[in-house]
Write a protein that binds this ligand. Sequence first.
Ligand code: UDP
Ligand code: MG
Length: 317
Amino acid sequence: MKTVSLIIPCFNESDSLKQTYQAISDVSQRSTDFSHEIIFVDDGSQDNTFSIIYDIAAADSRVKYITFTRNFGKEAAMLAGLKNASGDAVIIMDADLQHPPHLILDMLEAYKDGFHQVVAKRTRTNEKPLRKWMTMFYYKLINKLIDVELVDGIGDFRLLSRQAVNTLLSMPEYNRFSKGLFSWIGYEKKVIEYENQERVAGSSKWGFGKLLNYAIDGIISFNSKPLRLLIYMGIIITLLNMLYIGVSFVQILLFGIDVPGYFTLISSVLFLGGVQLISIGILGEYVGRIFYEVKRRPEYVIYHTNVKPDPTQTSRH
Ligand code: UDP
Ligand code: MG
């Protein structure tokens, strides 16, 4: 019998965990071809998430847990889950039941048909127009800027075969942007659609600031096109400047010095200042990332776990 590992990253999910566990294990037990294990990764929750997980694990030997010493982020939590999963297939799911558990069975069916990645796609029929518009804009922009393709509604909820998991784990980068990595590794994907669900309890951990940072991460951790863009911008601005200088020079020769040039002067200074700041910022981002990659720090630090063999304290492979 094949096994499937269900990886659930949890950050302050005490209100929904029991319900999530119940729903997931009910569905998983319905599968006759797969046995399952559930790996809860407690990403440094400040509420009693861990004690709930601990109780669940004490009562059900199929439940594994990994807790972190602090909040390392969902990317780190997913990575810890993937590294410690023993299944022939792995499914990553959120802890708030926004990822409908019944899809597990559909995913396993597709896995049996030979797919190495089965992705769930959220459709948005009940979302506010502004939000829809913003997401559309985000995906348009990001797909222009990066080499791999990202699709709206396709997130981390997916099944990966053992082979796909091993491919992912062979990528030792520190700044992980999973949406991009999932796409980068390739493999033929099967897409299963589902209607967007509300969280059962608690609140989303994504504010506007976090989303903006995520967008920047997505663009910058995937290639260096923004740097190329800067060069183009620089060339265009320099050419325009040369044109302006040439025209002004001829004007001065013909008509004498033009006194009210204050506006043009200040506007070009401000504009160039802005462009330079953006450029330096982007360069800084790349340099910063190199700095983190070079340090080769672990992506997370494990506090407790019942996964055997006990992984070493650090996660670097
Ligand atoms: N999560 C995590 N670490 C974090 C933030 C979130 O492990 O720092 C988990 C969270 O517990 C949930 C999943 O990631 O299981 C998705 O988070 P959330 O529901 O807040 O995101 P949304 O569904 O709003 O995109
Ligand atoms: Mg959620």
